[in-house]
Design a protein around this ligand. Structure first.
Ligand code: SAM
Ligand code: DTB
Ligand code: SF4
Length: 412
């Protein structure tokens, strides 16, 4: 075992021991509607994947380790007295995270967790940079699914008007505007359980338009068959967003019209088609800390880490079953970002829904914890998002650059 791993394992097991009776980490109380196996995601491909994922970024690592070692040597003996000063290296891409290890990360003192997350972040990413995606709901409302958080489910009266699939030319115009505002990726969302054949035909035309503008393309359209995934990929789709949303154990409390395994099957189809995976979840739905740890464990133990991991804070929409859900402690939200960063070092971690309710200071903490991607534009799908002017000003105040955007776009 490498020195860094050994030191951090000692810290982790120490914290895990102290936490065996922590109420925050107790199983979520009350009955579950269903408990679903996830062996498919956590199983057979793990060893091959670990080997595949141990490619080195030698030059960057050497440079980073020099500065990290200097910083950590002066900074770090943690509260347990264990030395955590050994540099974290980019050998740490793993797909075999154990639940107690993930829980132990959540339980670290806040500053230790953020220091470790920021350290991992700097080994694998250009600091002070965020990727910006703009969302558009291309088909809104009347979704047959019963996701308890979602304003677009036909089952809840949220006052949302249903809208048919948009015209391709209108989507192209919105994509162009997003590019001019500084976005580098355009994400099209549709309130479907799964798309029909004719929907895929229109979506492929939209994807071609988005790509012709020089933008990266992303879509989130519900469950896909393998054939549909290939059709979207052939049209040029770069990313497919399909969230697992929460832990397998809590899933049945939130959604009953599909199961956790359905999500994993679509993720597998997306990977098989050769697209990048965008997959994350929501915090603040009444889940326990253990559920959050399980959700991140499942994501990190997929055969290949999602390239993009959106962490949404619940937008509690009136009319949905979660309308009155109490907001989570903001520090726990930041902890979730930090643990995602540590478990999936190379992924983009997106500070996603919920930013409208977050202070600038909280967002800055989330960036420090390793978030390096945001949704940019006045609207998410159906709910609000910070104004672009506010976001631009925030990034300037924090000295954060927009990754890959034309500089003129951001200073327009
Ligand atoms: N229908 C498709 C699906 O469910 O995959 C695509 C659209 S769906 C709105 C995309 C994701 O948005 C959901 O999986 C969920 O993670 C997120 N989302 C939806 N409503 C939300 C809310 N009120 N707060 C936070 N995230 C939400
Ligand atoms: C994701 O993880 N969050 C986005 C995107 N992927 C599709 C959606 C957030 C939706 C928030 C509620 C709404 O605006 O309808
Ligand atoms: Fe439908 Fe997606 Fe909303 Fe669930 S999250 S109700 S599948 S649009």
């Amino acid at each position: 075992m490498r020195g860094a791993d050994a030191a951090l394992d000692i810290v982790d097991s120490f914290v895990a021991c102290k936490l065996t009776s922590s109420p925050a980490l107790a199983e979520h109380p009350g009955p579950r509607r269903q408990r679903l196996p996830i062996a498919a995601a956590e199983g057979s491909a793990r060893n091959a994947s670990i080997r595949r994922n141990t490619r080195r970024h030698t030059l960057r690592k050497a440079a980073m380790n020099a500065s990290i070692t200097a910083a950590m040597t002066t900074a770090a003996t943690n509260t347990s007295g264990n030395d955590v000063s050994a540099p974290i290296t980019d050998d740490d891409i793993r797909n075999d995270w154990q639940l107690d290890e993930v829980e132990a990360l959540f339980a670290l003192p806040f500053q230790d967790l953020l220091f470790r997350a920021q350290t991992v972040h700097r080994v694998h990413h250009t600091p002070n940079t965020v990727q910006m995606s703009t969302l558009l709901s291309v088909k809104t409302g009347a979704c047959p699914e019963d996701c308890a958080y979602c304003p677009q489910s036909v089952r809840y009266d949220t006052g949302l008007d249903r809208e048919a699939l948009m015209a391709v030319a209108d989507v192209a115009a919105r994509a162009k505007a997003a590019r001019e505002a500084g976005a580098t990726r355009f994400c099209m969302g549709a309130a479907w359980r799964s798309p029909k054949k004719r929907d895929i035909e229109v979506m492929t035309a939209m994807i071609r338009e988005v790509k012709s503008l020089g933008l990266e393309s992303c879509a989130t359209l519900g469950m896909l068959s393998r054939e549909q995934a290939k059709e979207l990929r052939d049209a040029g789709l770069d990313y497919y967003n399909h969230n697992i949303d929460t832990s397998p154990e809590f899933y049945g409390e939130i959604i009953t019209t599909r199961d956790f395994k359905d999500r994993l099957d679509t993720l597998e189809a997306v990977r098989e088609a050769g697209m990048n995976v965008c997959c994350g979840g929501i915090v603040g739905m009444g889940e326990t800390m253990r559920d959050r740890a399980r959700m991140l464990q499942v994501l990190a133990n997929l055969p290949q880490h999602p390239e993009s991991v959106p962490i949404n804070q619940l937008v509690a929409v009136p009319g949905t079953p979660l309308a009155d859900q109490a907001p989570i402690d903001p520090f726990d939200f930041v902890r979730t970002i930090a643990v995602a960063r540590i478990l999936m070092p190379r992924s983009a971690v997106r500070l996603s829904a919920g930013r409208e309710k977050m202070s600038d200071e909280l967002q800055a903490l989330a960036f420090f914890a390793g978030a390096n991607s945001i949704f940019y534009g006045e609207k998410l799908l159906t709910t609000g998002n910070p104004d672009v002017e506010h976001d631009r000003a925030l990034l300037v105040r924090l000295g954060i650059q927009a990754a890959g955007a034309a500089p003129a776009a951001l200073h327009a």
